[in-house]
Write a protein that binds this ligand. Structure first.
Ligand code: DI6
Ligand code: FE
Length: 407
């Protein structure tokens, strides 16, 4: 009847049925790569062996949905360790960017790299995330800033999903920074980004369009043009919004029914309310907050009282968050943003799925969703956010099959 049945387990289903949607002394089954049954073991419709050919006794371990990292820049060339040193000597992230470093440094290295080199650089980062139970990840372009290199990044991102047991959602972030050939001509570059959009849409390599709305990025009006063009080309949007200043990015994202608005340290209460009304997820990125030594906290109370779903992600990128541990982000979300461990876990499961528009197929343990599971050596789900630098994953399961990462 079923392909596989896990018994003697506790489930953090992450539905809204009580804390963590927990079901103790539970069982969960898969068939055809999907969840076929979830519930208290005592309610199984028969003896386990009669229901499936493979019974797995988890001896009291916890199962959560596979983790979702809904905001990364995983595919890029080079690294920015030298800028890390410069910042420690007193230069700010913005100063480095204005002096032509920052994102532009990575653009240079990414343009120069072959697809094979980009892939070889991204693989260990991706494997590090998968080793902690990530089963779905978003990957952005944005280090090409011309059609050819943006497509190259997106092809590499898609290709990683073909070779490893992970679902990949791709994002076109052409409006990430001003490339050197458009120095002093932000509007001209936005014209170029809009002109790339039909090709990007036709390629099928991008699921969503993103932009960096910021003083060192693009203005409200420029971002709006990118969003309008994305809409004209049938692509949904999301936004790097209000990270270093309040340009009303959260409101702009909401006006375009964005899947998510991300960063949000400087978002106003009105911005949070607009997001709630639009169903836009708030993606918080504690790794970038930490690494840039930011002090302005995202408006947590406003998000909570307005009922905005909150997701957490690594923002894995060479400049502001060279992070490849999503579990560490859970801890940081709690310590830096005062999220609860349950909110943090929701942020990398149910709300992470929603940020990618994948809430119908992933993010909770419910019948009909993908059998993406993490099996943990923990006594309570809060431990996932509690530890620092420890990986209690026993196994993850992707579409019903055990994940084996090899070398
Ligand atoms: N905000 C970020 O945190 C990343 N991009 C962005 O718009 C940083 C990208 C980088 O510094 O390379
Ligand atoms: Fe980012």
């Amino acid at each position: 009847m079923w392909d596989r049945l896990w018994i003697n387990t506790h489930l953090a289903t992450m539905t809204d049925a009580g804390p963590y949607g927990a079901i103790r002394d539970a069982a969960i089954a898969s068939a055809g790569g999907k969840i076929a049954w979830v519930g208290p073991q005592a309610e199984l419709p028969g003896a386990p062996e009669a229901l499936t050919s493979e019974v797995i006794d988890l001896a009291g371990r916890w199962v959560t949905p596979g983790l979702i990292d809904c905001h990364t820049h995983l595919v890029y060339g080079g690294n920015r360790a030298r800028e890390f040193e410069l910042r420690l000597e007193g230069a700010s992230y913005e100063e480095i960017a204005r002096a032509g470093g920052g994102i532009r440094n990575t653009v240079k290295a990414t343009r120069a790299a072959s697809e094979e080199e980009l892939r070889a650089g991204a693989l260990p980062r991706l494997k590090s995330l998968l080793a902690e139970g990530v089963t779905t990840i978003e990957i952005k372009s944005g280090y090409g800033l011309n059609l050819e290199t943006e497509l190259k990044q997106l092809r590499v991102a898609r290709g990683l999903g073909a070779d490893l047991p992970v679902t990949i959602s791709t994002t076109f972030l052409g409006a990430h920074a001003l490339p050197p050939e458009f120095e002093g001509d932000g509007d001209g570059y936005i014209d170029a980004v809009c002109a790339m959009m039909p090709e990007i849409a036709k390629s099928g390599l991008a699921d969503v369009v993103d932009a960096f709305c910021e003083n060192i990025g693009f203005s409200y009006e420029q971002t709006k043009r990118v969003f309008q063009t994305a809409r004209d080309n049938g692509l949904p949007v999301k936004l790097h919004a209000d990270q270093l200043s309040d340009l009303d990015g959260a409101k702009l994202a909401a006006d375009f029914s964005a899947l998510s608005a991300d960063h949000l340290e400087y978002t106003s209460d009105a911005g949070a309310q607009a997001m709630a009304a639009a169903g836009t997820v708030a993606v918080l990125l504690p790794g970038a907050f930490y690494f840039l030594r930011e002090t302005k906290q995202p408006p947590m109370d406003a998000f909570r009282s307005a009922g905005v779903p909150i997701a957490i992600a690594t923002d894995c990128n060479p400049g502001s968050s060279p992070a490849t541990s999503l579990l560490l982000m859970l801890n940081m979300a709690c310590t830096l943003f005062r999220m609860t461990p349950e909110e943090a876990l929701l942020g990398v499961t149910r709300h992470g799925a929603q940020a990618l528009g994948l809430q119908d197929s992933r993010g909770t343990l419910e019948v009909g969703k993908a059998a993406d599971l993490c099996i943990w050596e923990i006594e309570s789900p809060a431990e996932l956010a509690y530890r620092i630098g420890f990986n209690p994953l026993l196994t993850s399961v992707k579409d019903g099959r055990d994940v084996e990462l090899g070398n």
